[in-house]
Design a protein around this ligand. Structure first.
Ligand code: UGA
Length: 434
């Protein structure tokens, strides 16, 4: 089978490379000629474990191709995935202009029956809108079907998530399209992956509901953490005790500086906006976003309290990306927290294993460092902002020698206090009093 993927961003490229690995013939299309030229040489423009190897393999085995020509992408493909951006507009609603533009491009270049699939997170109703755009711009009278097949990949473990998903959601109103989509995902049958077949708006809603629910879980545990600090309870044990209830589950109950990334903040805003559009103010999604922003600010206060004010102080920061194993800085908690601390007069020395280049641009005034121990030099406190594995086994003896004050501000609850205090460090974490 030939398929194409339009948009070689994060979702598009992972989708293309993984389908090529499934043995499908894939053409990835993007209007960005420089990006395509690099991809043709196997150069991936973002950091994601395993993706470069998979792209190179696909190219070598002649199953993964790249083009800037939409006609080429449409011509042979039976299935066309749309994986272009849907950035938030100023009112929080998703900007669908890229999706619509792709729809017009497909319409004008169709040469036969096509299954046209939205893979990016798109608001409920986009499938129908896309159908209208294609119908209005078709030059020939070819049949086509629209499918919503939302992706549930997490940055940092995208390939594993694609290859071993919890479920595949197919929203369609045509048996033929469902059969083709099922065929495409056939390699997952061995793993007995559940396939949820439903209508298009329901599939679109599943994506928003899933992301919003996960965001709510995080904001919920972050609020519990704040109360834990006040009543002398330990949020880690509260999460454990809650999570053992199968109805709750232990995932996404890890307290920290608040969530970031390109998905949760954007999808919450879009859900709130959808609610407004249909006359139902979606309260929980709005509350989760508000709690999250306040959580960033609470971290600023936590650092200030621990240091007795930050004016004139030097703070070392480990990790800047919104989570480990990515260089993505979109909506990263570090942006708000560190900007505030710098505004308050702190000097920030920081290191991230993957996002230094981007961070330096986003956090003017921050002193970029080479590694953990460079960060700690002369610091009045060391903040763990992102829980990269390499920060989980710090050499506290060595850190203590180079720091001005032995203070660990562990915003990801990476360490048990017992261990840290043995080295003479003060340990401040989230939702725990010790
Ligand atoms: C999220 C979803 O998990 C994916 O299923 C979805 O496909 C994706 O959005 C998307 O819509 O594209 P992602 O944003 O890559 O994936 O990252 P997550 O692993 O979900 O983490 C999001 C944020 O929540 C991070 O800042 C992380 O540090 C934070 N988090 C996560 C917590 O603070 N506590 C937790 O317990 C879990």
């Amino acid at each position: 089978m030939h398929i194409s993927v339009i948009g070689t961003g994060y979702v598009g490229l992972v989708t293309g490379a993984c389908f090529a690995e499934f043995g499908v013939n894939v053409t990835c299309m993007d209007t960005d000629a420089r990006r395509i030229a690099k991809l043709e040489k196997g150069e991936v423009p973002f950091f994601e474990p395993g993706i470069t190897e998979l792209v190179s393999k696909g190219i070598k085995e002649d199953r993964l191709h790249f083009t800037t020509d939409v006609a080429k992408a449409v011509d042979k493909a039976l299935v066309i995935f749309i994986a272009v951006g849907t950035p938030p507009k100023s009112d929080g609603s998703a900007d669908l202009s890229y999706v619509e533009e792709v729809g017009r491009g497909i319409a004008k270049n169709m040469t036969g029956y096509k299954v046209i699939v939205t893979k990016s997170t798109v608001p409920v109703g986009t499938g129908e809108k896309l159908r209208e755009v294609i119908k209005a711009n078709q030059t020939g009278r070819f049949r086509f079907d629209i499918v919503s097949n939302p992706e549930f990949l997490r940055e940092g473990s995208a390939i594993e998530d694609f290859m071993r998903p919890n479920r595949v959601v197919i929203g369609a109103d045509s048996e033929q399209a469902v059969a083709i989509m099922k065929d495409l995902y056939r390699p997952l049958y061995l793993l007995e992956t559940p396939i949820v077949v439903t209508d298009i708006p329901t599939a679109e809603m599943i994506k928003y509901a899933s992301n919003a629910f996960l965001a709510v879980k995080i904001s919920f545990i972050n609020e519990i953490a704040t109360v834990c600090e006040k009543v002398g309870a330990d949020v880690q044990m509260v999460s454990k005790g809650m999570g053992l209830d199968n109805r709750i589950g232990n995932k996404f109950l890890h307290a920290g500086p608040g969530f970031g990334g390109s998905c949760f903040p954007k999808d919450l805003a879009a859900l709130v906006q959808t609610g407004e559009r249909v006359g139902y103010p979606f309260q929980i999604a709005g509350a989760a976003a508000k709690v999250n922003y306040e959580q960033h600010l609470r971290m600023v206060q936590k650092v200030k309290d621990a240091c007795g004010g930050v004016k004139g102080k030097t703070l070392g920061v480990l990790g800047l990306s919104f989570k480990p194993n990515t260089n993505d800085m979109r909506e990263a908690p570090s942006l708000t927290i560190l900007s505030e601390l710098m505004k308050e007069g702190a000097t920030i020395r920081a290191y991230d294993p993957a996002s230094m280049e981007e961070s330096v641009k986003l956090l003017p005034g921050m002193v970029p460092c080479q590694d953990t121990y460079d960060v700690a030099e002369g610091a009045d406190g060391l903040i763990i902002m992102t829980e990269w594995n390499q920060f989980r086994n710090l050499d506290f003896e060595r850190l203590k020698k180079s720091m001005k004050e032995p203070l660990l501000l562990d915003l990801r609850n990476t360490y048990e206090s017992d261990r840290v205090v043995t080295y003479g460090f003060r340990h401040v974490s989230v939702g725990r009093t010790t």
